[in-house]
Design a protein around this ligand. Structure first.
Ligand SMILES: [Zn+2]
Length: 340
């Protein structure tokens, strides 16, 4: 089963790479189209109805049954998991609906804050899990712990833009990393990721994002979707490198940031504590996606949210204090990735 899914996934991935930019106009032909479907269409039935192919016991539609013009993530021929009601036949070929999309709409990245062996034990034997675990062993293996069609328990209480409880709609990747320790001043000191791990994470993320057409705005850190509770994967996770080298996730345009920075510096310090200015910044954080309530005060939740933004987009200084550069970056991000 796993091998079959991998083969199908890979074929869709290869296929998607070449057609991704023309989602709305391309007519899709599956790689499996040369295989004769085992389920035949009855004589007299509209031949435009989708057919089904069977590979190693798993059934797939042979044409794209979704409508990519109406959904964000629909490049799928869809594996079929069906009921087998006693005494009745479930017919899959006649009426596949175009109004459908994947449930997998987010990719969330974590660190385990544990070494390899303990990460495996905790994520397989306890009340938390993730779909994938990227070890720190220097080999070429990535562990799958949960089927992609099932929920794993990695996000907890979480929110981004209009969505909540992201376990329902996400794939979770855990990366083995020790997390942080606090120094004598209370500053969190994080442990860096090695290059082998980052290459694995990038290849895995790219595959998942491509197969489910996950938008850049939905590729997030655990700290982005739960900023008051979580720090992972922390400021040493190389989001910019993933964006620059693999086109994964979000990053701001430097020129836009510079323009906002020039404007922000003029009176930033003077209005820093004005409730109306704090409110504007909180509203901008909320608009970008963070679940923060605009209060007009620099409250703890707002500071944690600013820290999360800094982990992701301004990792050189993650003190949780809004400064002119962080404010410029937030505005540049909102300009580039507006809420639909
Ligand atoms: Zn996490």
């Amino acid at each position: 089963m796993r091998k079959t899914l991998y083969i199908i996934g890979l074929s869709v991935f290869v296929f998607s790479c070449t057609s991704q930019k023309n989602v709305k106009t391309t007519s899709y032909r599956p790689k499996t189209s040369t295989i004769q479907p085992k389920t035949t269409v009855k004589p007299g039935v509209d031949k435009s109805k989708s057919q089904v192919t069977n590979e190693r016991g798993v059934e797939f539609f042979t044409t794209n049954i979704a409508d990519p013009a109406k959904n964000d993530n629909t490049i799928s021929y869809g594996s079929l998991v069906s009921a087998k009601p006693a005494g009745y036949k479930v017919v899959k070929t006649y009426f596949p609906a175009i109004a459908q999309n994947f449930r997998q709409r987010y990719l969330i990245l974590h660190y385990t804050a544990l070494p390899d062996d303990k990460s495996i034990t905790v994520l397989t034997q306890q009340a938390v899990s993730a779909h994938y675990l990227v070890n720190n062993s220097g080999d070429n293996e990535i562990y799958q712990l949960v089927d992609e069609n099932k929920r794993s328990y990695h996000a907890g209480v979480s929110a981004w833009r209009a969505d909540k409880n992201l376990n329902d709609t996400s794939i979770g990747i855990e990366i083995v990393n020790s997390g942080y320790t606090a120094d004598s001043t209370g500053k969190k000191i994080f442990v860096s990721f090695n290059d082998d791990q980052i290459k694995k994470v990038a290849a895995l993320a790219k595959d998942i994002i491509t197969r489910y057409q996950i938008p850049a705005t939905n590729v997030l850190a655990h700290s982005d979707i739960a900023p008051t509770r979580k720090q992972d994967p922390g400021p040493l996770f190389p989001w910019k490198k993933l964006y620059d080298e693999y086109q994964i996730g979000m990053w701001y345009d430097e020129s836009a940031k510079q323009s906002f920075y020039d404007a922000a510096q003029i009176d930033f310090a003077a209005k820093y504590n004005e409730p109306s200015f704090v409110f504007v910044i909180q509203t901008a954080l909320q608009k970008f996606g963070y679940a923060v309530e605009p209060s007009g005060k620099w409250d703890d939740a707002t500071k944690s949210t600013i820290e999360a933004l800094q982990y992701h987009f301004r990792p050189q200084n993650y003190d949780g204090i809004m400064d002119a550069e962080t404010w410029a970056i937030l505005q540049a991000l909102n300009q580039k990735y507006p809420t639909k």
